[in-house]
Design a binder for this molecule. Sequence first.
Ligand SMILES: C[S@@+](CC[C@H](N)C(=O)[O-])C[C@H]1O[C@@H](n2cnc3c(N)ncnc32)[C@H](O)[C@@H]1O
Length: 234
Amino acid sequence: MTASVDVKASPDRLYGRQRGHPLRPRQQRLLDQTLPRMRFPESAIADPAAGFGHRPAQIWLEVGFGGGEHSLAQHAAHPDVGYIACEVFENGLCSLLSRVVPDDGEATAPVPDMLRIWDEDARILLRGLPDASIDRLFLMFPDPWPKSRHAKRRFVHPETVKQAARILRPGAVWRVASDDPTYQAWVEEVMGAQDLFETAPPATLRPEGWPPTRYEAKALKAGRQPLYWTFVRR
Ligand SMILES: C[S@@+](CC[C@H](N)C(=O)[O-])C[C@H]1O[C@@H](n2cnc3c(N)ncnc32)[C@H](O)[C@@H]1O
């Protein structure tokens, strides 16, 4: 069953920064001219395959793509998969878009028709997508919210886990990576207390087929140990 979604009326509150430094002219053009051409349409939420250039056999979803390295690498490696990349931070959106179109091609250069961007809160999209409509979910280095009073803001959360399980088809994989010790323990706790996903101990080295991300590089440089989980929808 698909919930009806009203993006504007969402009660969700985003806590992270959505706007960083003032945008340069190129960045403003990317948001004004390129983003609308790549945006995942609200009208396709109930039938997400309709949101791409052609109906894909599989749809993958990434929450919080940051600079977009992982989304672009996955899209390049799997060009026939319909990929929905979610990010709310403007500089992150610009970073991905700047690698898709050349300078001065913001309004006219071709954009990939199997890579779509959702620039609202990913939780809104999750709530609206139909049951068993997504084949893979990526959550790479989510904001850790290390203080326990902020635990409700963590993306891995019993409520979100239920929603993720609902939209993933049986056998689908949810990949989670984190370098934050509090978040790592939290993932173990939350995922250990549910039975919607099969769990396994996390890898300590980035597994094959997981493109690197900017946050991972920062974590490794700072001497933090990332963990990489693969959860399988029962
Ligand atoms: C710590 S960064 C990691 C970025 C990237 N995945 C990486 O590994 O380099 C987390 C990102 O998630 C984004 N984010 C947080 N909550 C989100 C939400 N509800 N919907 C979409 N993006 C979100 C933030 O804006 C931020 O850019």
